[in-house]
Design a protein around this ligand. Structure first.
Ligand code: CP
Ligand code: NVA
Length: 299
């Protein structure tokens, strides 16, 4: 069987995504006691910081009977310019899988092309598919299904927004984005998914949030955009998810945020700490969905 990667949500069919989320839920319930990754090692290559991704992958590998190896891109030869394609072929001789978090999405694609083992995208400037799997699990847990649901994305058209677009296209729910001019998501990803499901974009957060079942946002300056932070802070005025905005959504609506969050910027303290917030379940679910992903790709 050829090796499979997970670089983007559409790498899995709709049926495979559902199967993955079912397995994640079984793992969460404690009904899964197998150790399919005994003797296997996952390399974790990080060119950017991480709390959740690193810890959930390390713990997930341990719980599945395997081992995880943290490889800071600064400390391996990749950081000194060893080509990605060489790194991919060498790591493939030792490891059974690679998770990578880096800047350029093309670098992850190149790694996957040259590696003979599964490659998982742990976030690029373009996409954050593992986080979206956790968000989908959280959505399903809280609301039962994504069928007929409206998801409102408020803020930057970043890697999270692009991955929500992919998820909407793959699973068929409605996605409304509210982004300031100049901060829209990737055009190609938007157009492709807008052909598959109902997707709209506005500059008005109220319009996107009205009647929504899920309200979600992310930081205004992502990793690697630190120098733009002040310009972005100005551009995103009016994009705070606060109680006033949440009141426009369904009364049963939930709030999601991939974390880390900046209280008082993209989300108010009241909303993230409030009864509609599911952010801690969402963070926990990273562990369960990624275990399901690892068991699927590596066993
Ligand atoms: N949400 C997320 O990916 O968090 P980390 O940056 O802490 O991994
Ligand atoms: N959009 C954020 C997500 C962090 C998990 C970033 O890329 O920094």
């Amino acid at each position: 069987m050829p090796k499979r990667d997970f670089l983007a949500i559409p790498d899995f069919s709709r049926a495979e995504l559902v199967q993955l989320l079912d397995l994640a839920q079984e793992m969460k319930r404690g009904g899964y006691t197998k150790r399919p990754l005994a003797g296997k090692t996952l390399g974790l290559v990080f060119a950017k910081s991480s709390t959740r991704t690193r810890v959930s992958f390390e713990v997930g590998m341990f719980q599945l009977g395997g081992h995880a190896l943290f490889l800071s891109a600064r400390d391996i030869q990749l950081g000194r310019g060893e080509p990605i394609r060489d790194t991919a072929r060498v790591l493939s001789r030792y490891l059974d899988g690679i998770m990578i978090r880096t800047f350029a999405h093309a670098d992850v694609e190149e790694l996957a092309r040259y590696a003979s083992i599964p490659v998982i995208n742990g976030l690029t400037d373009l996409l954050h598919p593992c986080q979206i799997l956790a968000d989908l699990q959280t959505l399903r847990e809280s609301l039962g299904t994504w069928e007929g649901k409206v998801i409102a994305w408020i803020g930057d058209g970043n890697n999270m927004a692009n991955s929500w677009l992919n998820a909407a296209g793959s699973l068929g729910f409605e996605l409304r984005l509210a982004c300031p001019e100049g901060y829209e998501p990737n055009h190609e990803i938007f157009e492709r998914n807008a052909k598959l499901t109902k997707i709209s974009i506005t500059e008005d957060p109220d319009e996107a949030a009205t009647g929504a079942h899920v309200v979600t946002t992310d930081v205004w300056a992502s990793m690697g955009q630190e120098e733009e932070a002040e310009v972005r802070r100005q551009a995103f005025q009016g994009y705070l998810v606060d109680e006033k905005l949440m009141q426009l959504a369904q009364p049963s609506a939930i709030f999601l945020h991939c974390l880390p969050a900046h209280r008082g910027e993209e989300v108010s303290d009241e909303v993230i700490e409030g009864p509609q917030s599911r952010v801690w379940d969402e963070a926990e679910n990273r562990l369960h969905v990624q275990k399901a992903l690892l068991a699927t790709l590596m066993s």
